[in-house]
Design a protein around this ligand. Structure first.
Ligand code: 2HA
Ligand code: ZN
Length: 274
């Protein structure tokens, strides 16, 4: 049992990752959002500090398999720069109701506010990933990393093309994201349409590139999810540099990717190899 919600390790880990993302330059102003599906032992460890008196309000999506789950989420319009050290005003613990259609705030956003504008996309992605990974994935992370956005102005917006290029940029990429990266064409953010498009792709991918906007990643814990974002962004940065030096002159072959898959016991997505 903790004296403050902010003493709980899952809240500390959340704030650390938010701050790391900010330090990387991925969260200008209120850009990006982060959500964590809280484990039951973790929610019990802070339960006496939660306020169960607020009304439930609509999510804007239906997430039946997340009913009665608890999430730690960033606040709409809140700046990642401010999360660490001022958690209670910038993030919130929310509870999903029995229908999977409504949520209420149990803690946080003390000076007012709502959960992230991308709450429908976050919860629909959690819903898909909970099923697809037997409950293993708990983190959904959205950021605005410069190079990952930049490449969506130059290369075809096709999952196969972008995935293959990113794999080529760094030998460990096909091991870290063997399925590749899904690509969502440009859409208005914050709504149901982009949430549905993203969650469709999340059935297959752990990372999605939103054209001209940013990246969505899913993972087991904060470190792995942040690590995935970081790897994709680094590969995108190398791609920008290679392109700026005149483009690819030599690269890793597709048989090389197949050998990597064998050596590291991962299934590199054969649909994306030639
Ligand atoms: O400002 O990143 O996609 C938050 C966002 C919306
Ligand atoms: Zn965004």
């Amino acid at each position: 049992m903790f004296k403050h919600v902010t003493d709980a390790p899952f809240v500390k880990d959340y704030a650390k990752i938010a701050n790391d993302g900010y330090s990387r330059g991925w969260h200008e102003r209120n850009g990006g959002n982060l959500s964590y599906r809280i484990k039951s032992a973790e929610i019990e460890s802070v339960r006496p500090l939660l306020d169960f008196s607020k009304e439930f309000v609509p999510i804007g999506a239906t997430v039946k398999n997340l009913k009665n789950e608890y999430f730690l989420v960033s606040g709409s319009g809140k700046f990642f720069a401010n999360i660490k050290g001022d958690e209670e005003n910038n993030i919130a613990i929310i509870e999903i109701d029995d229908s999977g259609e409504n949520y209420r705030i149990l803690w946080g956003l003390e000076s007012g506010g709502r959960p992230t504008s991308e709450l429908p996309a976050h919860l629909m992605n959690h819903s898909v990933k909970k099923d697809a990974t037997n409950g293993e994935h708990r983190v959904i992370y959205h950021a605005h990393p410069v190079n990952s956005i930049a490449i969506t102005f130059v290369f075809p917006l096709e999952s196969k093309v972008i995935s293959h290029l990113l794999w080529e940029m760094m030998t460990e990429c096909p091991i870290i994201f063997p399925q590749g990266v899904g690509v969502v064409p440009w859409m208005v953010p914050g709504g149901e349409e982009i949430a549905i498009a993203s969650s469709e792709l999340m059935k297959k991918f752990d990372a999605i590139l939103w054209a001209h906007h940013g990246v969505f990643c899913s993972g087991v814990d904060f470190d792995l999810t942040f690590g995935l974002m970081d790897t994709i962004e680094k590969a995108a940065e190398i791609l920008v540099k290679v392109q700026s030096m005149g483009g690819i002159k030599q690269t890793i072959t597709d048989d090389g990717f197949r050998e990597l898959g064998k050596a590291f016991k991962v299934n590199v997505n054969e649909d994306y190899l030639n």
